[in-house]
Design a protein around this ligand. Sequence first.
Ligand code: G4P
Ligand code: NA
Ligand code: NA
Length: 194
Amino acid sequence: MKLLEERIARDGVVKAEGVLKVDSFLNHQMDIDLFNEMGAEFKRLFADAPINKILTIEASGIGIAAIAAQHFGVPVVFAKKSQSINLDGDMYSTRIQSFTHGKVFNVIVSKKFIGPDDRVLIIDDFLANGCALDGLIEIVESAGAAVEGIGIAIEKGFQPGGKNLRERGYRLESLAIVESMDPGTGTLTFRDQW
Ligand code: G4P
Ligand code: NA
Ligand code: NA
C-alpha cells in the first residue's frame, strides 16, 4: 500500500536491533484517516472471504482492527494479555513468547466470543517473528473457528514470521513489507508487492 509505505518512509524511525518506531502515526498517536484507508485496503484484499469476525490483540492492534471492522461490518474481539495463570474453563488461552519484550505472557479470549461458526480475519500492527500471530491462530483453531486470513499493517520481511505463515498456507496480506532497514542512514526498502 503506497500510502502506508510513504508514511513509514517519512515518519518512521529506524532503531538499532531491527526495530522500527512508528509511534507518531500507528501505535501511540494514531492517524485515523490513514487507518481508514488501511481498513478499506484490507476489505479490498479480502473482499471474497466470508469474514464474520475480526480478532486482534491488545494493545496496538485494537485501533487498526476497529477502524477496519467498519469496512467489513463485523465485530472485533481483542485477545487480552493476562499475568495470572488461574485460567478458568471459560477462556481459550495460550502462551506467547515476545522477543522484543523478552518475556512470555498468557493471552486469553472468552469462549463466549469465538466459536465453531466464526470465520475470522486476524489483524495486527506488526509481524516480526510471528509469535503473537501463532498464539491468535491457535486460539481460533482451538475454538473450531476458521482463519480466513491475516491482515498486517507492517511486516518486517527480514524476520521469519511472514515466510513461516505463508508456508503453512495461511492467506497473509501485509500492507507494507519492510525488506531492509539501516539504522545508520535511516534508509528503508520495501518489498515490491505489485
Ligand atoms: P512477533 O509477535 O511477530 O513474534 O513479534 P515480537 O514478539 O518480536 O513483538 C513483540 C511486540 O513488539 C509486539 O507488540 C509487536 O507488535 C511489536 N513489534 C515487533 N517489531 C516491532 C517493530 O519493529 N516496531 C514496533 N514499533 N513494534 C514492533 P505487542 O507485544 O503486541 O505489544 P503492543 O504494542 O501491541 O501492546
Ligand atoms: Na501488536
Ligand atoms: Na506493538
